[in-house]
Design a protein around this ligand. Structure first.
Ligand code: HAM
Length: 430
C-alpha cells in the first residue's frame, strides 16, 4: 500500500515554522484586543446556500472553488471558503444586533477553496479577519484599515502597498455595469476566455483580468469612479482624508473590484510583490439584510496567513523554541531523580527538556548542545547517591554542584542567569 500523503494544496505546519504563526497570532490578539475587537469562532462547514447567497453565484469562489458535499443526512454542506458569511450568519442567528451599538469581531482559522495550488495559493489556507458590524460611518472604514496597517507593521511588514477603490452603491454599480458591457461587447472575441465568460455573468471582474490583451482593451474602458453618485464620491473622499490624517499611505486603484459579490463603497487590498494580494476587504452594507438579518452596515477584511508568513520568513530566520534547561542522566536511580527534577524545574517556570535515551553521557551532551538550552543539569550515580545535581552553563562551560533540595529556593537566581545568558547571545528573533 502506498504511503498516505497530505492532500494537494494542503500543508503541514511543522514545528520549525510554528514560531512565525505564534508571533502573528500573538500580535493579532494584542492589537485586536486593544481595538476592542472580540474573537468569534464559527463552524468550518455551513449550509451551501449561505455562501451561494452571501458570496454570489457568479463569483469564481462559488462557481468553481467550493468544497461542497452531501452529508449522510443528504444536506448540501460546504467547507467555508472565507469567514465573513459565517460571521454574518452567527450575527443574525444569535441576535447580536439586538445588543445595540457596533459589534467588533475577529477570527482566525482555516478556509477552503478548490484552486490550482501555487506560490501562496493553497486549497486549505488560513485567514485572520475582522468584521465591524453596525456602522456606516466613514471612521469605521478608516479604523479597520488602520488596524490592518498596525498589525502588518507590528510583525515587521512595512512595505506592502495599500490599494483603495470605491465600488459605490448597488445603483452605481448597475449603471457602471451596463456602460462597461456596452464598451466591451465589440471586443468580445479579443478578450481572454475567462473574461468572455464574465461579460454576461460578472463583468466587473473583467477589470481584474491579468491577460495582457484584455488589459490593453480595458485601457479605454469607462471607469467605475465616474459612475459613482455624488454622495458615493464624497463618502470616498472622506475615507481618503481620514486615512491621510492617520498617516496611512495608499494608492487609488480604479480597477480594484475584489472577488466576492457583497462589496459596496470602500474596497481595499494589501499588495506584495511576491504573493500578490496578502489581504483585502471592504464594506458590505447589503449582506446582512441579504442573508435575512436586519439592515446593518458593515466592513471588514481578511489577511491570508500563508502569504503573510511567507513574507516574514524572508525577513528573519525562525528561532527555535527557547529551552531553559536540558537534563542529562544515566543510571536507574539518577534517571528516576531526573524525572522528578524536570517536574520541579517546570513548576518553577523553566522550559525543561528531559533526555529519555539512557545513552552514553557524550551523546546526551551533544543533544543538550543542539537543543539550544541555556544550561544543562547532569545526574549520574554519584549525584544520585548524594542527592545533588551538576549545573553546567552551555555557553561558558561553567559548572557547579547544587543540592537538589536547594533548587526551588534558587529559582529566581536561575531565571536571572538564564535571561543574562540569552542577552549575551544576542540573536535575531522573528
Ligand atoms: P479574499 O480577498 O477572498 O477576501 O481573501 C482574503 C485573503 O485570503 C487574500 O488576500 C489571500 O491572502 C488569502 N487567500 C485567499 N485565497 C487563498 C488561497 N487559495 N490560498 C492562500 N491564501 C488565500 C475574503 O475572503 C473576505 N472574506 C475578506 C473580508 C472580510 N471582506 C470583508 N470582511
Amino acid at each position: 500500500m502506498g504511503l498516505i500523503q497530505a492532500q494537494r494544496g494542503t500543508r503541514d505546519i511543522l514545528p520549525s515554522e510554528i514560531a512565525y504563526w505564534q508571533q502573528v497570532e500573538a500580535a493579532a490578539r494584542t492589537i485586536l484586543h486593544q481595538a476592542a475587537f472580540e474573537e468569534i469562532r464559527t463552524p468550518i462547514f455551513e449550509q451551501t446556500d449561505l455562501f451561494e447567497r452571501g458570496i454570489g453565484e457568479a463569483t469564481d469562489v462559488v462557481g468553481k472553488e467550493m468544497y461542497t458535499f452531501q452529508d449522510k443526512g443528504d444536506r448540501s454542506l460546504t467547507l467555508r471558503p472565507e469567514g465573513t458569511a459565517g460571521v454574518v450568519r452567527a450575527f443574525i442567528e444569535h441576535g447580536l444586533h439586538a445588543q445595540g451599538g457596533v459589534q467588533r469581531l475577529w477570527y482566525i482559522g482555516p478556509m477552503f477553496r478548490y484552486e490550482r495550488p501555487g506560490t501562496g495559493r493553497q486549497r486549505q489556507f488560513h485567514q485572520l479577519g475582522v468584521e465591524l458590524l453596525g456602522s456606516g460611518d466613514v471612521r469605521a472604514d478608516a479604523e479597520v484599515i488602520a488596524i490592518a496597517v498596525d498589525l502588518l507593521q507590528a510583525v515587521g511588514l512595512n512595505d506592502l502597498q495599500l490599494e483603495l477603490n470605491s465600488l459605490g452603491t448597488r445603483d452605481d454599480r448597475i449603471q457602471y455595469r451596463s456602460l462597461l458591457v456596452d464598451y466591451l461587447m465589440p471586443y468580445k472575441a479579443d478578450l481572454d476566455p475567462d473574461s468572455q465568460d464574465r461579460l454576461t455573468r460578472n463583468p466587473l471582474r473583467i477589470l481584474d483580468s491579468k491577460d495582457a490583451k484584455t488589459q490593453t482593451i480595458l485601457q479605454g474602458a469607462p471607469l467605475l469612479g465616474h459612475s459613482l453618485s455624488v454622495a458615493s464620491q464624497e463618502r470616498f473622499a472622506k475615507v481618503q482624508q481620514l486615512l491621510t490624517n492617520l498617516g496611512i499611505g495608499y494608492t487609488l486603484n480604479p480597477k480594484l473590484v475584489r472577488g466576492l459579490d457583497y462589496y459596496s463603497h470602500t474596497a481595499f487590498e494589501f499588495q506584495s510583490k511576491q504573493f500578490g494580494t496578502v489581504g483585502g476587504g471592504g464594506r458590505y452594507d447589503g449582506l446582512i439584510a441579504e442573508l435575512g438579518g436586519p439592515e446593518t452596515l458593515a466592513i471588514g477584511w481578511a489577511i491570508g496567513l500563508e502569504r503573510l508568513i511567507g513574507l516574514l520568513q524572508q525577513l528573519a530566520p525562525s528561532q527555535p523554541t527557547a529551552i531553559d534547561f536540558y537534563i542529562v542522566s544515566r543510571g536507574e536511580a539518577a534517571e528516576a531523580q531526573a524525572l522528578k527534577l524536570a517536574q520541579t524545574l517546570r513548576h518553577a517556570g523553566f522550559v525543561t527538556e528531559l533526555d529519555l535515551s539512557s545513552s552514553a553521557f557524550g551523546k546526551q551532551f551533544k543533544r543538550a548542545d543542539r537543543s539550544g538550552a541555556a544550561a544543562c543539569f547532569i545526574l549520574g550515580d554519584a549525584e544520585a547517591a548524594n542527592q545533588t545535581v551538576q549545573l553546567k552553563w552551555l555557553a561558558t562551560g561553567e559548572q557547579q554542584a547544587i543540592a537538589q533540595a536547594d533548587l526551588p529556593a534558587l529559582a529566581d537566581t536561575l531565571h536571572e542567569q538564564i535571561a543574562r545568558s540569552r542577552n549575551d547571545r544576542s540573536t535575531t528573533t522573528v
